[in-house]
Design a protein. Structure first.
Length: 558
């Protein structure tokens, strides 16, 4: 382990196990997603932990798909998960596995439990068994099927496998303790009939193992040493241990940690699917989504996500992490790597009356002040420019230092200009301002030492490229949209202003920019060329993050 790794209770436990020779000194972890949706930022925490712990201890981490529910799974999800894990910077090498690889072995283990009289075929349906199971404060009662002879259960289980019965007719339960205070130990189902084709095994099976049964067996088969799970699996651990002990096979150690919860964010795949299917977002990779593919499309870097995960660390206490913290890591990373360019999102035309109509200047501009090796570029300057509408006020308040009638300001890398005239349309809206420039101020301060209080970004109207810019903001208006104790559905908390699309002008150096290219629009924020919709004919940019957190200030004004 390096000094850069933040120690936590899991890492300390693994290091101690290695030192003591437990599991032969080996470390084998696994990241086990269900291929029933796209990964989100919460999964990124688990990925960084699973692969990180293995790498820090010269171990291996498996990528394993827990594909035990054919009705919700799809090859599309499998492929997206592989892409996301690789993008985050991790590699499972030859260790790619599927629960479906072990269906035959799982069936054999289930038969073994029946033979040991530790499992039985039950005829109670889900609703009926709820009555028998009881509640944590009241013991349950045994199913009428619990005393079924072993030979009869074996026969029925085989006939279930052969497709003789309809869905729901029978289930296979393990025989544990109907008085246990842990409901997961009250004869849980480990197999059910599900006559649906599987994305890998087709129609070879019509019975499928339940997750709690499959997961521990997969870990055992693969020789996993440390099975790292989020806290909601803590109450499942006694069942995990019981199954492995009952079968007498390799016993992995399950350790739980707190999952990632972010403000203004939903972390439920089911609810994220609702947003997609309900048309509230454009898809799983909508840049407003907390999915890894959405964050990638928005312009986030894997380095920023890994740095964020390292910073927040691993604990056993559930908490709500401020999204602004993640954004600060994204901002810090992009600041180092992003080329600076100029773009105007809400253009206001500026005419420099004393600048010759047929003249053009080539202005030197720094590509990235944080990276001297990035060099510089030339920007065309001409008589007609665009600046931001917000950078001009006809009747400004006292602390407004940008352009106003009679006021002199600096144009970034270029000249000092002074507003002389305002042109309005019939509706009284300002459509154009006329200025004069001082040719002695090119690229720096005035020779006479006079100062200005504002520097504005701009683009040359003659040379600018048109672009569509998508200004993304928080998807939800409330800090914890998953909390429905107020009686409101989480979709009622969607932010109607989470996306604003503007027609902008950007400097010509961006011609030919490709999907995924990142840059900083000076004074405006960090942006990324959209990987889906941007073309050579139509530039489309997504705002990744603003230059500073303006959300709290905006919320305070409401």
């Amino acid at each position: 382990m390096t000094d850069e790794i933040k120690k936590d209770f899991i890492r300390e436990k693994v290091v101690a196990d290695v030192a003591s020779g437990k599991f032969g000194g080996k470390v084998v972890t696994r990241f086990p997603p269900e291929p029933n949706g796209y990964l989100h930022i919460g999964h990124a925490k688990a990925i960084c932990l699973d692969f990180g712990v293995a790498a820090e201890n010269d171990g291996v981490c498996h990528l394993r798909f827990d594909d035990t529910n054919p009705s919700a799974e799809d090859v599309e999800y499998v492929e997206s998960i592989e892409e996301d894990v690789r993008w985050l910077g991790f590699d499972w090498a030859e260790h790619l596995y599927y629960a479906s690889d072990y269906f035959e072995k799982m069936y054999g283990y289930a038969v073994e439990l029946i033979k040991k009289d530790k499992a039985y075929i039950c005829t109670l349906n889900t609703e009926q068994f709820k009555e028998y199971r009881g509640v944590p404060t009241r013991p349950g009662k045994e199913s009428p099927s619990r005393s079924r002879p072993v030979t009869e259960s074996l026969d029925l289980f085989e006939r279930m496998k052969d497709g003789e019965f309809d869905d729901g007719a029978y289930v296979l339960r393990v025989k544990i303790d109907m008085t246990s205070p842990n409901l997961h130990m009250r004869d849980p189902v480990i197999y059910r009939i599900k006559k649906e084709d599987h994305h890998r095994t087709g129609d070879a099976w019509c019975i499928y193992p339940m997750y709690d049964f499959a997961h521990c067996i997969e870990d055992s088969i693969e020789g996993v040493t440390h099975s790292l799970c989020t806290l909601e699996f803590e109450v499942h651990r006694p069942l995990y241990d019981w199954i492995l002990d009952a079968l007498g096979i390799h016993h992995s150690q399950q350790i739980e940690f707190a999952r990632l919860n972010l403000t203004y964010t939903i972390m439920s795949k089911r609810k994220l699917l609702e947003l997609v299917e309900g048309g509230h977002v454009t898809g799983w990779n909508d840049p407003r989504m907390p999915t890894i593919c959405g964050l990638r499309r928005r312009g986030c870097t894997p380095e920023a996500i890994r740095a964020f995960m390292k910073h927040i660390g691993i604990t056993k206490v559930n908490s709500l992490t401020d999204t602004a913290l993640l954004e600060s890591f994204i901002r810090e990373d992009l600041n180092k790597r992003s080329l600076r360019v100029m773009g105007v999102l809400r253009p206001l035309k500026v005419v420099i009356d004393n600048y010759p109509e047929d003249q053009e200047d080539q202005i030197d501009a720094v590509n990235n002040p944080e990276d001297p090796a990035a060099g510089s570029r030339k920007i065309s300057f001409s008589r007609e420019l665009y600046i931001e509408q917000d950078d001009f006020m006809e009747d400004p308040p006292k602390k407004f230092f940008r352009m106003a009638p009679g006021r002199e300001v600096r144009l970034r890398y270029a000249y000092f200009i002074t507003c002389q005239e305002v042109v309005k349309n019939d509706a009284g809206e300002i459509v154009e301002i006329h200025c004069t420039y001082d040719p002695e101020t090119k690229g720096g301060d005035a020779p006479d030492g006079r100062k200005v209080k504002a520097t504005l970004h701009w683009v040359s109207a003659k040379h600018a490229l048109e672009a569509e810019v998508r200004l993304y903001d928080r998807l939800f208006t409330e800090e914890n949209p998953a909390d429905e104790s107020d009686g409101k559905d989480f979709k009622d908390k969607l932010n109607p202003d989470s996306l604003e699309v503007v027609k902008a002008f950007v400097e010509p150096s961006l011609k030919g920019a490709s999907g995924g290219d990142r840059c900083q629009f000076e004074r405006l924020g960090y942006f990324c060329v959209d990987s889906e919709d941007s073309t050579e004919e139509k530039l489309v940019f997504n705002r990744t993050v603003a230059l500073r957190d303006s959300w709290k200030k905006m919320q305070g004004k409401k």
